[in-house]
Design a protein around this ligand. Structure first.
Ligand code: GLC
Length: 596
C-alpha cells in the first residue's frame, strides 16, 4: 500500500493518507460480518477460486432482468441452470434523477436505487446468491460521481473541501490546453470534456456526460473517501468490485489522460486495502483500451501480481466479432499473439457482449502485419454490423459516429449482430445459432471467467422500443439492454434459435467445469493453422493440452491440428478426432483433449 501511495502523492501526504487508511481498514475489518469473515478464511486458503474452470459469469441490470433485487433472488434457479457462479448486477446504487447513464452517475454510494430495494435487500440478495454458489459483482464507479452527489452538491454550495474533489477551472485556459490532446468518449451527446457550471462559476471536468463530474484522484481525500465506500460495499456482500472507467482516473496535460501510470497505483492501493479487510474479494478492471495497454491492468512491472485480479478481455471480444465478419482468423491470431502474457495469478473476464457498445480496438500494426489497413478494416466492421455491407445479416446501430476520427462504434444484441432478425428460414437460423455458439465457445474456452450478457442465453434480439424512455432516447446502447423475455425463456425449446443457444451455452459451461486446462493460470496460445477461417487455441497443462478449434465460416472445413499422439477427444461432441484433419461443420467449435 505504501508503494502505491508513494507513487501517487508526495511522501508526507502519502504517510498521512496511509495512517488514515489503516485506521479505516481496521474499523472495517472489525465490522466485517461473520459469514463474510469466514469466506475470507476459505478464500485465503484457496486464493485461485476465481480462476477455476467452474466459473461462469452473467451480467445484467437488476430491473431489466427481474424488476428489483427480490426479483433477482427469485430467478437464481435460471442462473444455476446455466451454470452461473458470478453475477454482475449493473449499477444499483442511488442515481441522479432522469438520465443516469445506466446508473453510472451515482448520487449516493450508501443507498440502493429505491425502485430496486434497500441496502438490506442487497445484503439479503448477496447472501442468497452466496448460498447458491454465486458471487455478487458490483460496480465501483471511480472516475466520477453525479452532479447531484453530496460531494458535488457541497462543492456547488461553496464548500472548498469538496470543491477540491473535482477538477475545476475558472476559464477556458486549462480546458483548452487539455482538450488539445483529449479524445471524446461520447462525441454525439456529450462533446468535449468540460462543462460550465453556473453554481461553481467554473468549468468542471466531465469526461463522460455533462452530469458525470470527474474526481481528482490527485487529492488524497478522494482516495480516503473511496476506501470507505469499498469497505461498505464489500461488507454488504460484494465479492468482486468492478472498477468502472479505471483508465481515466489520472489526468496529465499533453496526454490523452488515459492509462497514466498512476491509475495502476490507485488500483494497487485499493487491492492492498482489500487484502487486509476482505481477502475474499477481488478487483476487476474495466479498461476498454487498446491491446497494448490492456494487460497492464492485471499488473505489470512493479505492480505485477498486485493490481487487478480480473480485467475484461476487450481484445478477444473485438477479434471474435472481427473474425465472424471477415471469416478470417488471421488478424485475431496476430492480435491475440501480440498480447504479452498476463500474471499467472490473474484471470480475464471474457465476453461476447456486454451492456456497452463495441468499439473497434484493432491495432494498426496488427492489421498491417496481416496485410490489412486498420482504418479500412474498422470501417468495414462498422458497416458490416450496421448491416450496410453487402451480404451482412447484422442489424446493429451506429453509436457515437465521430467524423473527426472516422470512428463508428456499434450497439446491438449478440443475436441481432449475428443476423437473427433477418434469419427467415431454418438454414439461416442454424447459421445464427452457429455464430452465437462459436463466439461463446471461444470465450468459454479461453480461460478466465466467461461472462454471458443477459438475454444472450436465449438469443434475444434488439429492443425495438429502446428509445421510448425519454432518459434513454439519446443513447442507443439501450437497444441491447432489453427487459428479460421470461416468456421466451419458458418456451425456448420450441424456438429454433433460443433453444439450441440455451442448450449450447449450458453444455459449454458444464464441459468447461470438467476441464482443468481451463484454469485461468494457464496461458492461451493461438496456433497457426492451414485454414484462414479457423481459429485454434492451445492451453498447455500437465494432464495434456486442450486444443480449441473454431470454424468461423459458413462451410465445412478440415484442418490438420497438432494434437500430441496424433488423435484426441473432442469433449464437446464426445468424438475422437485425428490430428491429420479435424473436420469442422459450419461454425463448429471443438475442444480437443489429448493424452499426455
Ligand atoms: C463504463 C461503463 C459505461 C459508462 C461509462 C461511464 O465504460 O461501462 O456504461 O457509460 O463507464 O461511467
Amino acid at each position: 500500500m505504501a508503494d502505491g501511495l508513494g507513487a501517487l502523492y508526495p511522501p508526507e501526504v502519502a504517510e498521512v493518507a496511509a495512517a488514515r487508511l489503516v485506521d479505516a481498514a481496521a474499523e472495517a475489518f472489525a465490522e466485517r460480518p461473520a459469514d463474510l469473515a469466514r469466506l475470507d478464511q476459505v478464500r485465503t486458503l484457496r486464493p485461485d477460486w476465481f480462476q477455476s474452470s467452474g466459473m461462469v459469469g452473467y451480467a445484467t441490470y437488476a430491473d431489466r432482468f427481474a424488476g428489483d433485487l427480490a426479483g433477482v433472488a427469485a430467478h437464481i434457479d435460471h442462473l444455476r441452470d446455466l451454470g452461473v457462479t458470478y453475477l454482475h448486477l449493473l449499477p444499483l446504487l442511488a442515481t441522479r434523477p432522469g438520465d443516469s447513464d445506466g446508473g453510472y452517475a451515482v448520487a449516493d454510494h450508501r443507498s440502493v436505487r429505491p425502485d430496486l430495494g434497500t441496502m438490506d435487500d442487497l445484503r439479503d440478495l448477496a447472501r442468497a446468491l452466496r448460498a447458491a454458489g454465486i458471487s455478487l459483482v458490483l460496480d465501483l464507479v471511480v472516475n466520477h460521481v453525479a452532479r447531484e452527489h453530496p460531494w458535488a452538491e457541497a462543492a456547488r454550495a461553496g464548500d472548498a473541501h469538496h470543491r477540491a474533489f473535482f477538477l475545476t477551472f475558472p476559464d477556458r485556459t486549462g480546458p483548452d490546453a487539455y482538450e488539445a490532446t483529449l479524445p471524446e468518449v461520447f462525441p454525439d451527446f456529450a462533446p468535449g470534456n468540460f462543462t460550465w457550471d453556473d453554481d461553481l462559476q467554473a468549468w468542471v471536468w466531465t469526461t463522460f456526460n455533462a452530469f458525470q463530474w470527474d474526481l481528482d484522484w490527485a487529492n488524497p481525500e478522494v482516495l480516503v473517501a473511496f476506501a470507505g465506500i469499498v469497505f461498505f460495499l464489500v461488507n454488504a456482500g460484494a465479492e468482486v468490485l468492478r472498477l468502472d472507467a479505471l483508465p481515466f482516473v489520472w489526468k496529465r496535460l499533453g496526454t490523452d489522460c488515459q492509462n497514466q501510470p498512476e491509475v495502476h497505483a490507485v488500483a494497487a492501493v485499493l487491492r492492498a486495502l482489500l487484502r487486509i479487510v476482505a481477502p475474499a474479494v477481488v478487483l476487476k478492471a474495466e479498461a476498454i483500451v487498446g491491446p497494448g495497454e490492456l494487460v497492464r491492468y492485471l499488473g505489470a512491472g512493479r505492480w505485477s501480481g498486485r493490481e487487478c485480479d480480473l480485467a475484461y478481455h476487450n481484445t478477444l471480444m473485438v477479434q471474435v466479432w472481427s473474425t465472424l465478419a471477415s471469416r478470417d482468423a488471421r488478424l485475431a491470431t496476430q492480435a491475440l499473439r501480440a498480447l504479452p502474457p498476463k500474471p499467472a495469478a490473474t484471470a480475464w473476464a471474457t465476453y461476447v457482449r456486454g451492456h456497452d457498445d463495441i468499439g473497434w480496438a484493432v491495432d494498426d500494426a496488427d492489421a498491417a502485419a496481416v496485410g490489412l489497413d486498420g482504418f479500412a478494416h474498422r470501417a468495414f466492421l462498422s458497416d458490416w454490423y450496421a448491416g450496410r455491407f453487402p451480404g451482412s445479416p447484422a442489424t446493429g446501430l451506429v453509436f457515437q459516429e465521430n467524423p473527426a476520427t472516422g470512428d463508428r462504434r456499434i450497439s446491438g444484441t449478440t443475436a441481432s449482430l449475428a443476423g437473427a432478425e433477418r434469419a427467415g428460414d431454418p438454414g439461416a437460423q442454424a447459421l445464427v445459432v452457429g455464430r452465437i455458439l462459436v463466439a461463446h465457445a471461444v470465450v468459454f474456452g479461453w480461460g478466465g471467467i466467461p461472462v454471458i450478457w443477459m438475454g444472450d442465453e436465449v438469443a434475444m434480439v434488439n429492443d425495438p422500443g429502446w428509445a421510448d424512455d425519454p432518459a434513454h432516447a439519446g443513447d442507443n446502447r439501450w437497444v441491447h439492454r432489453p427487459r428479460m423475455d421470461w416468456d421466451l425463456v419458458a418456451r425456448r425449446d420450441d424456438d429454433p434459435v433460443a433453444g439450441p443457444v440455451f442448450r449450447g451455452l449450458r453444455h459449454l459451461a458444464r464441459v468447461r467445469a470438467s476441464l482443468p486446462q481451463l484454469h485461468a493460470s494457464v496461458e492461451a496460445a493461438v496456433l497457426d493453422v492451414a485454414e484462414p477461417g479457423v481459429l485454434a487455441v492451445r492451453r498447455a497443462h500437465p494432464l495434456g493440452p486442450l486444443l480449441g478449434v473454431y470454424n468461423f465460416t459458413e462451410s465445412a472445413r478440415s484442418v490438420p491440428v497438432p494434437i500430441p499422439g496424433g488423435a484426441g477427444t473432442d469433449v464437446l461432441a464426445g468424438e475422437v478426432v485425428s490430428a491429420e484433419g479435424v473436420a469442422l461443420a459450419p461454425y463448429q467449435a471443438r475442444w480437443i483433449v489429448a493424452p499426455t
